[in-house]
Ligand binder design. Structure first.
Ligand SMILES: C[S@@+](CC[C@H](N)C(=O)[O-])C[C@H]1O[C@@H](n2cnc3c(N)ncnc32)[C@H](O)[C@@H]1O
Length: 295
């Protein structure tokens, strides 16, 4: 992994608000995560003993000159975006993770993975889809380009790892702060001497905020608070970037010489296919569609 370039050479300044002196150790743990994963983040921590009402959170995020992270009384790290706390919510997925299978999860119908598979979730975001993928027993390499999002993921993994029922699942997740394209390029360069077996590459890039619903019928999903927040941080890819992402993902799967490799792309049900490339097969419900590109 040493040949990976950092996503950006510039550092992001974040304000970390914590609510009790007893959280000093947790603040140190976060700083240690940043150092261990070489995240380009400078975290300025500040103790807030006043009550952080919704109104106060709103004020905080409106007046802030940098991103605000909040470590609440339960030691859960979230990002204050427009006064709303957004964070990976892995514990809320417990029921889905426990009962996940191809019948109940469209993503698993599309990905067709087993406990021996290795998957790259190249656009990890809040990691919710990664968890569903890992529920099969598969190893999941999670790539996230935004340092702040990567920190939220790492902090959630650390928090969940303290819960015995989650430890096995957590051990199957590898979180890397990198741009997917540079990671794919590195895999391809290393493949000459040491090819990695990648069964599936999963892509869920941002799409324009107005493409979640059908413009004529209004059918489709509303944008949730997690995606609304992400739209402040990340732009949807350009058509050229879409094409690059799809082609490099296909190249990674095909070089790993798996017989049933595939790239799976998540889209809103009514959105066009990624880079306007026809999929081999699609699976959809009222909100989302998974397009499969078999390699
Ligand atoms: C729509 S969200 C993914 C949501 C995710 N599937 C989930 O379950 O939470 C897209 C995420 O992919 C990240 N991303 C987009 N392009 C990327 C790239 N080229 N490399 C790495 N991460 C990328 C964005 O920063 C954003 O966090």
């Amino acid at each position: 992994m040493s040949s990976l370039q950092p996503v950006s050479s510039s550092f992001t300044h974040c304000q970390l608000v914590y609510v009790s002196e007893s959280q000093d150790a947790q603040v140190e743990n976060l700083q240690a995560l940043i150092a261990a994963h070489q995240l380009p983040i400078i975290l300025n921590s500040e103790l807030f003993t006043e009550k952080l009402s919704q109104k106060r959170r709103q004020q905080l995020s409106q007046t802030a000159t940098q991103s605000i992270l909040l470590l609440d009384e339960k030691n859960k790290l979230s990002w204050l975006s427009d006064g709303l706390s957004v964070a990976p919510e892995w514990d809320k997925l417990q029921r889905r993770v426990v009962s996940a299978g191809r019948k109940s999860e469209l993503l698993l119908q599309a990905a067709k993975i087993t406990s021996g598979s290795t998957v790259i979730d190249a656009t990890a975001g809040f990691g919710h889809d990664s968890l569903i993928l890992a529920s099969t027993g598969a190893q999941v390499i999670m790539l996230e380009q935004q340092p702040l999002m990567a920190l939220l993921l790492l902090a959630e993994q650390l928090r969940m790892n303290a819960l015995p029922n989650w430890q096995k699942l957590m051990s199957r997740l590898q979180i890397i702060n990198t741009d997917a394209l540079s990671y794919f390029a590195m895999l391809q360069a290393e493949a000459i001497d040491d090819p990695k077996a990648i069964d599936v590459v999963y892509l869920d890039p941002m799409f324009p905020e107005d493409s979640y619903q059908d413009s004529k019928t209004g059918k489709g999903a509303k944008v949730g608070k997690h995606m609304q927040a992400l739209h402040q941080l990340v732009c949807p890819p350009t058509p050229e970037e879409e094409m690059q992402l799809l082609q490099s993902a296909q190249a990674v799967v095909s070089q790993s010489a798996q017989t049933s490799g595939r790239v799976i792309v998540k889209r809103p049900q009514f959105a066009p296919q990624l880079a306007h490339q026809s999929a081999s097969e699609s699976w959809h419900n009222e909100a989302v569609r998974f397009d499969g590109y078999f390699v």
